[in-house]
Design a protein around this ligand. Structure first.
Ligand SMILES: [Zn+2]
Length: 227
């Protein structure tokens, strides 16, 4: 008498299901367990496979953070960057910062001033600061130019999301490349005295839609900042 006779249809069905689940073993007739011992072994194999897959799933879940976790990390990095520059309180809602860290500078020439340094009136706002002082993105945007100009020296153009161009002139070093997207507070370069400059300072220009420059002081004040 074959041992299979002792197996109820239910157990045979279970054994088949076990083998189907434990793919890639093909569920052909010749591998259907014919003893209770073989059914038990197949069940243990299936259990081990399930546990291994569960462990692997847990590990994969740890390796791949959710969208919410990535966003939280991004927000934390942004807040930490702004705090490191000297901004306090709830910095999450802040959309603009000064082009150099607060308390790192003093204003020298304002927009529209006349002087021997300029062909006509002054087209920007001058932040005098020590050589090497960080120059940062005033808002999220894209770097659209980094170039050397006889007057502006090492110049970076940051184009904001509304099309406004922010020009950073007389830089000592540059940390960005054209085409690069930057977030608020991201390092653009450092204060220098390149080009037509009488000492270390950042010459900031604001050009809506890339047109004529407007007063950066008023533009910053409109955005809740006091240069
Ligand atoms: Zn200037």
């Amino acid at each position: 008498m074959s041992p299979a006779r002792f197996l109820s249809p239910g157990i045979i069905g279970l054994a088949t299901a076990v083998l189907l689940l434990a793919a890639p073993v093909p569920a052909t007739a010749d591998v259907v367990p014919t003893t209770l011992n073989e059914v038990a072994m197949s069940a243990r194999t299936l259990q081990a496979t399930l546990e291994r897959d569960k462990d692997r799933g847990d590990r994969d879940a740890k390796k791949s953070p959710t969208v919410a976790e990535v966003y939280a990390q991004f927000q934390d990095a942004r807040s930490n960057r702004l705090r490191a520059l000297g901004y306090f309180g709830d910095v999450k809602g802040r959309e603009h910062v000064l082009p150099v860290p607060p308390f790192s500078y003093h204003l020298t020439a304002g927009f529209g001033a006349f002087g021997a340094m300029w062909g006509s009136s002054h087209t920007g706002l001058d932040f005098a600061a020590p050589l090497g002082t960080q120059v940062v993105a005033v808002a999220d945007g894209t770097i659209t130019d980094v170039l050397l100009d006889p007057s502006y020296g090492l110049l970076t153009v940051l184009t904001l999301e509304d099309g406004t161009e922010v020009w950073y002139a007389h830089q000592g070093t540059s940390s960005v490349m054209p085409g690069q997207t930057v977030e608020i507070g991201h390092l653009v370069g450092t204060v220098g005295s390149s080009g037509n400059s009488s000492g270390p300072h950042l010459h900031l220009e604001v050009r809506p839609a890339g047109g004529a420059s407007i007063d950066p002081n008023l533009w910053l004040i409109d955005r809740g900042l006091t240069p």
